[in-house]
Design a protein around this ligand. Structure first.
Ligand code: G3P
Ligand code: CA
Length: 376
């Protein structure tokens, strides 16, 4: 549904209430707002992580269509490449968690995505796992969903009144030499590297903005390659602690630590020094990034709760380096509120509906109504 259905006065009042009740000092957020405007990126941004993936199987047709219809600013996806050279949207580098590969290709169940042709991947069911994993959110119509190509995700982004942008990660890029150039070719072919038509007034219009595509990666070399291929497209460096990424105070891994709770272990991890963090900010800025995507520790833990890389001094430092901040992956109001108060510029979220509510621009149409309307 359109943002305009909420009047501008109501929107301003709601946003003021959100900021007051969240304790978010607008002064703390303003540097990011100005930087986002400079890059042509909406502020604060609602990035639908793998689509509306709390409510539908990640990176599938209903997940992305639902995110678009709810009013998310961006459809987020992880890009990999099939054996026959087609770009697809899939997070894991194997197919075990989110498909029925163990039934369809039992001898190849642990093989990487890159060893399958598109035709082979299209035989897999990418929806039934969700119904088993989340019976409370299951829908019979999710069974039999297909893995999507990047072309198909672009079709979804273009297919409604809302015109969200694309927030594209090169996933395990070392397995896919040249994927940055392939991505450029596809985006160019689909007309996403140049000005796109405006949405009708009152609808999400991110595809029309300069930040219509944001490229993201954890890997420095991939950021370099993305910047060479698409120098004018905004890029975000995703942040992680340890293992060849930002150096931690301690080298002890979760496995070696003997800890039981992974989220608690991650939350205890600290950056080695402010100088180390500053070095990453400098590198990102110098290599074409307009922002960072830091991990965040969540109040209630869980498997999306990582290191706390959104401490106020880190956010101040990022902004001082001219970088906006989009933390991953945050779904609960308690975390939206606490992390917003530290001065970030949007979130990756599986629950776009909840983040839109938090930002005072809720969908007017219920989740159930949208799902039925779009055929689920
Ligand atoms: O791309 C931001 C966030 O998605 C990074 O984590 O593992 O969900 O791709 P992941
Ligand atoms: Ca991702």
């Amino acid at each position: 549904m359109s943002r305009s259905l909420l009047s501008s006065t109501a929107l301003a009042t709601t946003m003021a209430a959100v900021l007051l009740t969240s304790g978010a000092a607008s002064a703390a957020s303003d540097p990011g707002k100005a930087l986002a405007a400079k890059a042509g990126i909406p502020w604060p941004a609602v990035i639908a992580h793998r689509g509306a993936s709390f409510n539908a199987p990640e990176e599938t047709l209903p997940a992305y269509t639902l995110a678009r219809e709810l009013g998310a600013d961006y459809l987020e996806m992880d890009i990999q490449r099939t054996k026959d050279g087609v770009l697809i949207a899939l997070h894991d580098d194997t197919l075990e968690r989110t498909t029925n590969i163990a039934e369809v290709y039992p001898d190849r169940a642990k093989n990487p995505v890159s060893t399958f042709t598109l035709e082979e991947l299209k035989r897999l069911d990418a929806g039934a796992w969700f119904n088993k994993a989340h019976p409370d959110r299951a829908r019979a119509s999710y069974a039999g969903l297909k893995i999507l190509t990047l072309d198909e995700v672009i079709d979804i982004a273009e297919g409604g009144k809302n015109k969200p942008g694309l927030y594209i990660e090169t996933k395990v890029p070392a397995q896919f030499p040249g994927i940055e150039e392939d991505l450029k070719a596809k985006l160019e072919q689909r007309g996403w590297l140049s000005q796109r038509p405006a949405a009708e007034k009152g609808y999400v219009n991110v595809a029309h903005m300069p930040g219509r595509v944001v490229l993201q990666t954890f890997e420095k070399y991939s950021l370099d390659l993305l910047h060479k291929a698409m120098p004018n497209t905004p890029k975000v460096l995703l942040l992680w602690l340890g293992d060849g990424y930002i150096q931690a105070e301690s080298d002890t891994t979760f496995k070696d630590s003997g800890a039981k709770d992974k989220a608690a272990f991650y939350a205890s991890q600290k950056v080695k020094s402010k100088a180390e963090f500053a070095a990453w900010m400098n590198w990102a800025k110098a290599h074409g990034a307009i922002g960072t995507g830091p991990a965040a520790a969540l109040k209630n833990g869980g498997d999306q709760s990582y290191m706390d890389l959104v401490q106020p001094w880190m956010n101040t430092m990022a902004h001082e380096h001219g970088l906006i901040i989009h933390p991953y992956t945050v779904d609960d109001a308690v975390d939206f509120k606490a992390i917003t108060a530290r001065g970030v510029d949007g979130f990756f979220t599986n629950r776009a509906s909840e983040l839109l509510k938090f930002y005072g621009r809720p969908s007017k149409e219920s989740m159930e109504s949208i799902l039925k309307r779009i055929g689920y």
